[in-house]
Design a binder for this molecule. Structure first.
Ligand SMILES: [Fe+2]
Length: 182
């Protein structure tokens, strides 16, 4: 289950109905896939062969096609980040900059953990969405955000796109972000 932290007040939201209500009000799509569909081995594997990536996509084929059908996503893949990723810390530093896209950013976490930092409505400001296996999130187009790992430094996620080429990050330089508490 996703957990929320509002940066300006340090308020945490962890009860399921409150998390769902909060994300709905912030126009963030949030759904859940059954993480137990994955084999025990794949739940804990962060360096994946192409065959293992195909196995993850096959496991969630009906969930992917359902989401894609509803939201117009056309292509999908599996990404993994862990301490085995070359230059991981350098890569994360690059990730940790607020930006926008001209299409949704969708991540379905299948193993490990991750966190989206998102600019909410004016009354909320920046908030963190902490995600674990089974959590599926879509950050709407034009909504300032970035994604990074949590302390365990490992994740496997399915990404879905409308067009891979159209999915570029536009930097969003926001003084409000620098002021928001970490
Ligand atoms: Fe992004």
């Amino acid at each position: 289950m996703a957990h929320i932290r509002i940066r300006n007040t340090n308020e945490r939201i962890e009860a399921e109905d409150q998390v769902l209500d909060f994300l709905d009000k912030q126009a963030i799509l949030y759904e859940h896939w059954d993480s137990n569909k994955l084999t025990e081995e794949l739940k804990e594997k962060f360096v994946l062969s192409d065959e293992e990536k195909r196995q993850i996509l096959a496991t969630y084929d009906s969930e992917i096609k359902d989401l894609a059908g509803r939201r117009g996503y056309k292509i999908w893949d599996v990404i993994t980040l862990s301490k085995a990723t070359p230059n991981l810390e350098e890569l994360l530093q690059k990730f940790e900059a607020v930006h926008t896209h001209s299409e949704d950013e969708i991540r379905a976490i299948t193993a490990g953990k991750g966190i989206f930092i998102i600019k909410g409505t004016d009354d909320i400001g920046y908030f963190d969405v902490e995600l674990e296996a089974g959590d599926v999130i879509s950050v709407p187009e034009s909504k300032p955000h970035f994604f990074t790992l949590m302390d365990n430094r490992k994740i496997v996620a399915v990404r879905l796109f409308i067009e891979a080429e159209g999915w570029v990050a536009s930097p969003y330089n926001d003084p409000e972000f620098k002021e928001s508490k970490r």
